[in-house]
Design a binder for this molecule. Structure first.
Ligand SMILES: [Zn+2]
Length: 55
């Protein structure tokens, strides 16, 4: 038996809200920074210079 409380939680870098581990992130959880695709898109649009790939 697993409780929901067992799942890891992170804080979204865009909206600042906590979000819980999801199955679709099982391989990339370490790299996940946003709670949703929407937040990721907004973060990119908002800042313009997302340091994903240092040139
Ligand atoms: Zn978010």
């Amino acid at each position: 038996m697993r409780r929901k409380g067992d799942l890891p939680v992170k804080t979204c870098a865009q909206c600042g809200r906590p979000f819980t581990w999801r199955k679709k992130w099982e391989r990339v959880w370490e790299a996940v920074r946003y709670c949703s695709d929407r937040c990721r898109a907004e973060a990119r649009r908002g800042r313009g210079q997302e340091p994903e790939r240092p040139a």
